[in-house]
Design a protein around this ligand. Structure first.
Ligand code: GLU
Length: 479
């Protein structure tokens, strides 16, 4: 049988980091299994589901290069991939009828108040709430009467008594559940819409899904789904529940920890491969522990049983480091084409733009920082001086600065070579190591403590501007 996996986001928010990691593991495992990959939009929550979120999910996935064999954009004939459309097409009704006719589901007529009273009673006794099955007492005639009288109802799944439900999880091994601990759960809400647990089983069955990969927050749903599979006499797919993603304080990752949507990472200038690589290591690692993995390598090395059970900590610093590694691997041409959309309007008009960008490229951790590094060329003399005044300058620094100015005044040319010569000259003349010379030069030429390759970028600043900066610096440090 053709293996098939699916990614089933709910469009109730932008594509976020946790969700996209699920997409990545589905995608990678599907490739490994030579399986098909389906995109299904779970939009049964009418109030919270929005088209703009579905668009954001699609854009994020395609920016990452995650493509699907089936989905709203590539529908097999007759198949629908949005749950809202499937509801309209009455996909769930025959299965619901079957569950009712075989006694696995029943109408529940209690009002919200009655159910709340039951719940309160359980709470008073300090026992977990389990629905009383009061509606199960009605005869078929009574049920027909209530329905004819348009009495509101939900439909509940009748949980089998005293059954061990085994979830054989690909990551966690066997997890046993006692059916007696489950209340008869609702599979159709009073608005007539199927609930997640029912819709997902029907959809996975109809779409021929063989492997379900999703977050561990769904583990409590899986036994309910297994019970529905059993009742409908369908074989359940294989399940793999991914470990939770934690913030640095080891609580569940949230906005507070800087958890952002994929579009925010894209806009900040992360590369899609860096994001994929980093997220694939959240809960998984290849046998040799290698960290930088090209997509092909990831596909090749991936094994589902190497996914951990323990929560994985999301570390923005590590992700940023990884992005810098990926940026440094780009050739100049590729770097320029990635970075240019991030340039501010005024930087787009810089002369010798490509050279300037390339002279600072080694410093760029995320593409949007390019404007910060280009400041070395665009800073006004006054702004430079304000920045310089914040820096500490010691006696050796002053000595270097004075000698540099003298050397520069005599210089007729200004190029990479002359900058290198200047550094060499100062090292020899003052018997100083390279670091001792570079530091004050960087401060007094650029106003920064650290930054881009000095030799490359200085040659792109007019010598007259450098001298102006030096004059200001010297008058400041001499007073
Ligand atoms: N729509 C569910 C979610 O976004 C996915 C559930 C599943 O994968 O079964 O959490």
């Amino acid at each position: 049988m053709q293996s098939k996996l699916r990614f089933a986001p709910s469009p109730t928010g932008n594509l976020h980091i946790g969700s996209v990691r699920t997409a990545i593991f589905n995608w990678v495992w599907a490739k490994k299994l030579k399986a098909k990959l389906v995109l299904r939009i779970e939009d049964t929550d009418l109030e919270r589901s929005k088209k703009e979120f579905e668009d954001n999910i699609n854009e994020g996935l395609s920016w990452l290069g995650i493509h699907f064999d089936e989905g709203p954009g590539q529908a097999l004939s007759g198949q629908k991939y949005r749950q809202s459309e499937r509801i309209k097409a009455n996909v769930y009704q025959p299965y619901l009828d079957k569950l009712i006719n075989t006694g696995h589901a029943y109408y529940c007529f209690e009002s919200d108040e009655e159910l709340a009273a039951e719940r309160a009673e359980a709470e008073k006794k300090g026992v977990p709430y389990i629905y009383s099955r009061r509606s199960l007492m009605y005869t078929p005639e009574e049920v027909a009467q209530k329905r004819a009288a348009n009495m509101p109802y939900t439909i509940r799944f009748k949980v089998p008594n005293s059954k061990q439900i085994t979830l054989n999880d690909e990551i966690r091994g066997n997890i046993e559940f006692d059916s007696n601990l489950f209340s008869d759960f609702i599979i159709v809400k009073s608005d007539g819409y199927p609930t997640y647990n029912f819709a997902v089983v029907v959809d996975d069955y109809e779409m021929g899904i063989t492997h379900v990969v999703r977050g561990e927050d769904h583990i409590s749903n899986t036994p309910k789904q297994i019970m529905i599979y059993n009742a409908l006499e369908w074989e359940a797919p294989r399940f793999a529940h991914l470990p939770i993603i934690l913030g640095e304080d080891r609580s569940k990752l949230s906005k507070r920890h800087g958890a952002k949507s994929v579009s925010e990472y894209k806009d900040a200038g992360f590369l899609p491969h860096a994001l994929i690589n980093y997220l694939s290591l959240l809960g998984w690692s290849p046998p040799e522990g290698k960290e930088l993995l090209a997509i092909d390598e990831l596909m090749e090395l991936f094994e589902i049983n190497r996914i951990n059970k323990a929560g994985a900590v999301f570390d923005t610093v590590k992700l940023t480091w990884m992005n810098k590694q990926y940026l440094s691997k780009l050739d100049d041409e590729a770097f320029l084409s990635w970075v240019k959309p991030f340039l501010s309007k005024s930087n787009q008009e810089l002369d010798a733009l490509d050279l300037k960008i390339l002279s600072v490229r080694d410093n760029v951790e995320v593409l949007s920082r390019i404007n910060h590094y280009l400041e070395v060329f665009t800073l006004t003399t006054t702004a430079f001086f304000e920045r310089f005044k914040q820096l500490a300058v010691n006696e050796t620094d002053q000595l270097v600065i004075h000698h540099a100015r003298k050397y520069l005044l005599d210089l007729s040319e200004w190029s990479n070579e002359t900058v290198s010569d200047l550094i060499q000259h100062l090292m020899t003349e003052l018997s100083l190591g390279k670091g001792k010379v570079m530091k004050p030069l960087r401060k007094s030429f650029t106003g920064y403590e650290s930054g881009p390759n000095l030799v490359d970028c200085l040659a792109l600043i007019p010598k007259s501007e450098i001298l102006k900066r030096l004059d200001l610096v010297i008058s400041y440090v001499s007073t």
